[in-house]
Design a binder for this molecule. Sequence first.
Ligand code: CA
Length: 215
Amino acid sequence: MRENPLILIVEDEPRVSRYLRSSLQMSGYDALVAPDGVKALELVQENRPDLVLLDLRLPRMSGLEVLENIRRSNDVPVIVLTANDAEEDKVKALMLGADDYITKPFGARELQARIVAVLRRYRPAEPAAPRATVYENKDLRIDYAARQVTINRKAVHLTPTEYRLLVTMAENTNRVLTHDYLLAHVWGAEYADDVHILRATIWRLRQKVESDPTN
Ligand code: CA
């Protein structure tokens, strides 16, 4: 990651994007703005941001379509901005690969907390055995140093959130993990009640790592 993480703001309302940009810059981030989805996809390719803040209500291409497009080739963390009455969009966004969401209206402090929590997942997960560099169980292999996951020697691309969840579950295969434990361990203590985010991420991870996700 760069010294100042680069955040791409995807928002069509200039008033909102200006507010976001200045509050991010005050917190020590670099920020770029895309006013629509087409521009957003271009900037993701060209600038490789460290995080994307994605409004779901956009002209030309909806935020969900933008997210779907990003996820075809990119594991950059994405936080979606949703309206208060859009519960369904929130769940869809999580299932499409969003790492987190914030409900509008929100304050600078809440935004900052969510960004810190998501970027924190980039940190390498500590392996259960201190000197272990690789985890192997049946078809699954996790290389901690390279942050690389393979199933049957085929690479699986995971977002930082999915990666942390997989590592936590893999290292505790013989224990029953509660929702609370997983949320606190993978997302952070402030997410303790967020069962939506846990269910959607587990579902997504299963699509990626299990040969038969219904099992
Ligand atoms: Ca908007």
